[in-house]
Design a binder for this molecule. Structure first.
Ligand code: ARG
Ligand code: ZN
Length: 841
């Protein structure tokens, strides 16, 4: 059953207040709801339908009189008065049996909830849609030392607590936590002078992993005040770490719930990348308090209204806390690895989709990351000051409301006087635009001609030209910048921009800072830009482009690695004035799926093993080119000060470890072994372990690592994942299969499942092994997981989304597995929708 944006109608009733009482018991939790409804003057349809799934209805009353609603598997209907009334219901639910991790469930003995998008209907009967907002009062009865819900604590006693959330909110922001947890406490005073009690609740034993997350929270609170003028609005802000969680984290009002992997951190157990990700997710969920909670979405088609904006805000935060150019490069690497394949395959959908079957399938890289890119473009087009004015207007005008993308664009139109009609296509059209650029030089005038073309897709058969902000700068022949960055607005299918007064043909640096999420096709002077571009992003991008071209030539023609590339990278690596983190990024190579996509775009059929070999060959060439520099680069980038996960130290370690991975190709892992033995933090230990595996001598270290960390679930996830991701292509499926038989392989835990099977799906040459073993193993496990956890299963189906890119034999092997999944009896709605869309490619 497909749901359409165009069919939106408001609910027939307003909810004035909600009172919930929970009597917690693992297999028989009782939930009593008392809800005040009144007719919604803005609605015409007065059908009283309440969502409800997997609920046992034990009783219902209207204004104190028992009623007998008509109950279906999706909800109930009932005759109700045409004036305000009180609805009461009593249901029983089974948290212990809830393996889908949606609604109220148990994780490691504690109770927790996940309601976004449509999980609240598994807790009680309710109009479970984001445009129905209400205050909530929640009483929890249960023999647990910690009993939490949204808002402020009203009162509590032995075995009970009562919470009240004064801010009207949709049900997807409801949360409840109960268990034997310990609190790491702190406080924050807002710019309005309100003291907020902060707590991070974890399982006993994890107390030592809280300090960093707490600091990240306080930094986020201060940043949102300073940059967006937004202060926190309750007396308490609680975060809870949960082991079993489908996503990263959830912004429930005043009670954020986190996947333990997205909040718990310590130097011994977390890598620098983990720290940075945790800081970003804490910020993201906190920022949702304004962009998501105070202003929410009218319906789930508007998901990017809160997610694109909040991702944009968290990336601004990370840029401010760390290095802006390093963050930007990282975001683009991620966009190309996750969003581009989605936008260029059968799962392509607009940033604001127009239809869906299961909304959980639309928490995608397109909605989140492309959604953030669209906001970045808007800010580039209107400028930082106008952006600020528009945001102030947005908060002023829409606080307390459930809004749409139209509301969002309207504040920009009102704040700037600009017509955003064409810009809006970024929200409505699927597909990655291609921007082809040609140059001419005549009579001292340099002219750039842009042609934009978005490939048609099932979601957008007839794409129209977009407004594309293209940041351009010009350099002269000696590498001096002769025109600073200008933002050109490309609005037509083909459009030229002339730059007069250039006595010699300049070198163009186009799409600086990746000013739009497009595929740029321009025969730039990459070697010159790599040496001289003043834009850090494009300087990196030029190295990337040279690497890509060289790798493609190796794959298709057997060419040797491009010497211009190798020498250009070498001089950057030798330049100690450049940030180590940036230099480490310079050593990175395009991802193997990205190479496959580039080959496909040129009309070639990618051979995953040939791609794998070419990348390996390029690394060897880099190692040879830098042979004399590597020992010094490595030695210089060892941190001797006590560990801090800040940008400076992490950057130093990342360059040291980038050097290590090349050194390993020269010394067969001797340096890695020394590093492993001496490591005092996870960044160093894990990098050393990866290199030892690559050098074919990882067994002892793997055994040692397991002995050291067997009691730490998050570290053991790394142990599972690394063995798969570092396996030789022919061994990847067997390695993953062997790990699924390990005593610690708990397939119902999403982190462990992803560490093992997700790592296989991400091992390009391993997943696409010619015998189909990767496809078969993943399909086996998706079929097994689907009845237990449809959400995580459906997400992982995307491993197959690029199946049409490969040769006939691989295509038919994948088609066979897709058919096998599709024909599984009682397949979930989530997985059915994903597999159907993928097969339609
Ligand atoms: N709103 C959460 C976030 O972006 C994501 C929760 C999504 N959950 C889901 N089941 N789809 O931070
Ligand atoms: Zn979010």
């Amino acid at each position: 059953q497909t749901i359409y944006l165009a069919d939106y109608t408001p609910f027939g009733f307003d909810v004035d207040e909600v009172h919930l009482t929970f009597d917690l018991a693992p297999s028989a939790t009782h939930v009593r709801a008392r809800i005040r409804f009144s007719p919604n003057p803005d609605a015409t349809d007065r059908t009283f339908f309440l969502h409800g799934e997997n609920l046992t209805l034990l009783g219902a009353k209207i204004d104190g009189e028992t009623v007998k609603p008509k109950v279906t598997p999706e909800g109930l209907t009932c005759d109700v008065p045409s004036i305000p009334f009180t609805w009461e219901s009593h249901v029983q639910i089974d948290p212990a049996a809830n393996t889908a991790l949606e609604g109220l469930y148990q994780s490691g003995g504690m109770y927790c909830t996940q309601c976004e998008a449509e999980g609240f209907r598994k807790i009680t009967y309710y109009p479970d849609r984001p445009d129905v907002m209400s205050t909530f009062t929640v009483r929890i009865n249960g023999p647990h030392p910690v009993l939490l819900s949204n808002g402020n604590l009203v009162s509590s006693g032995d075995g009970w607590a009562e919470w009240h959330d004064p801010w009207r909110k949709p049900a997807y922001l409801f949360a409840l936590v109960a268990g034997d947890l310990v609190a790491h406490r702190d406080s924050f005073t807002t710019m309005e002078g309100r003291t907020v009690d902060l707590a991070l609740y974890v399982r006993p034993g994890d107390e030592g992993k809280c300090a960093f997350g707490m600091q990240a929270l306080k930094d986020s609170m201060a940043w949102d005040e300073n940059v967006y003028g937004r202060a926190y609005d309750l007396d308490v802000f609680n975060i809870v770490a949960v082991d079993d969680f489908n996503m990263g984290a959830m912004e429930n009002k005043g009670l954020n719930i986190f996947n333990a992997s997205a909040v718990l951190a310590s130097p011994e157990t977390s890598t620098d990348m983990n720290f940075e990700r945790i800081e970003a997710i804490i910020a993201h969920e906190y920022f949702h308090n304004w962009t998501g909670n105070r202003i929410t979405c009218r319906d789930w088609f508007q998901l990017c209204l809160k997610e694109g904006l909040t991702v944009f805000r968290d990336s601004q935060f990370t840029s401010d806390m760390r290095s802006a150019s390093v963050k930007r490069i990282g975001d683009v690497i991620d966009l190309r690895a996750r969003q581009f394949p989605e936008d260029q395959g059968p799962l392509a959908h607009p940033v604001r989709p127009e239809s869906f079957q299961e909304i959980n399938n639309f928490y995608t890289a397109t909605v989140y990351e492309k959604g953030a890119e669209v906001i970045g473009m808007l800010r580039t087009l209107v400028g930082a000051d106008a952006y600020k004015r528009a945001l102030d207007m947005y908060f002023d005008r829409h606080d307390g409301q459930a809004c749409t993308i139209e509301d969002w664009l309207q504040v920009f139109e009102d704040a700037t006087g600009r017509d955003l009609g064409q810009f809006k296509r970024w929200y409505n059209q699927a597909g990655t635009p291609h921007l082809t650029v040609t140059e001419t030089y005549k009579n001292a005038t340099y002219t750039l001609t842009f042609t934009q073309n978005t490939p048609p897709s099932a979601a957008t058969p007839d794409p129209q030209p977009l407004v594309i902000p293209v940041a351009v700068g010009l350099l002269d022949a000696s590498g001096v910048e002769v025109m600073e960055t200008q933002v050109l607005e490309v609005t037509d299918a083909t459009q030229s921009f002339a730059f007069a007064g250039h006595s010699a043909k300049p070198t163009a640096s186009i799409l600086r800072n990746f000013s739009a999420p497009v595929v740029l096709e321009f025969d730039a002077d990459h070697a010159a830009l790599l040496a001289h571009d003043t834009d850090p992003f494009n300087r990196w991008e030029s190295g990337r482009a040279l690497a890509l071209a060289s790798l493609l030539a190796t794959i298709t023609k057997g060419s040797a690695p491009d010497n211009d590339y190798l020498q250009g990278i070498a001089s950057i690596l030798r330049d100690d004035s450049l940030d180590p983190a940036y230099r480490a990024l310079m050593l990175g190579l395009p991802g193997q799926p990205e190479l496959a996509a580039a080959l496909h775009r040129r009309g070639d059929t990618p051979d995953p093993q040939a791609i794998f070999d070419a990348v390996r060959g390029m690394k060897e060439a880099l190692a040879q080119t830098l042979k004399d520099d590597l020992p010094r680069l490595y030695a210089r980038h060892q941190v001797t000060a006590s560990y801090a996960p800040d940008a400076e130290q992490s950057g130093t370690r990342s360059l040291g470890n980038a050097a290590l991975s090349l050194l390993t190709l020269l010394d067969n892992g001797d340096t890695a072994q020394t590093q492993y033995d001496a490591a005092t933090n996870m960044t160093q230990q894990l990098a050393a372990l990866a290199n030892l595996i690559r050098a074919g001598r990882g067994d002892a270290a793997l055994a040692d690592f397991e002995t050291q960390w067997q009691d730490d679930r998050l570290v053991m996830d790394k142990w599972f994942a690394l063995q798969v991701s570092e396996a030789k292509p022919d061994d990847a499926a067997d390695t993953a299969k062997a790990l699924t038989r390990h005593r610690d392989f708990n397939w119902k835990n999403p982190n462990r499942f992803r560490a093992t099977l997700g790592a296989l799906a991400m091992h390009h040459a391993g997943f696409h092994a010619a015998d189909g073993s990767g496809y078969a193993l993943l399909a086996d496990w998706l079929i097994k997981l689907d009845p237990v956890n449809p959400q995580t299963t459906a997400r992982m189906c995307s491993a197959f989304q690029t199946w049409r890119r490969y040769d006939q034999i691989r295509q038919s092997l994948m088609a066979k597995e897709l058919d096998r999944i599709a024909s599984t009896p009682d397949l979930s709605r989530d997985t059915t929708e994903m597999i159907t869309r993928i097969r339609n490619a």
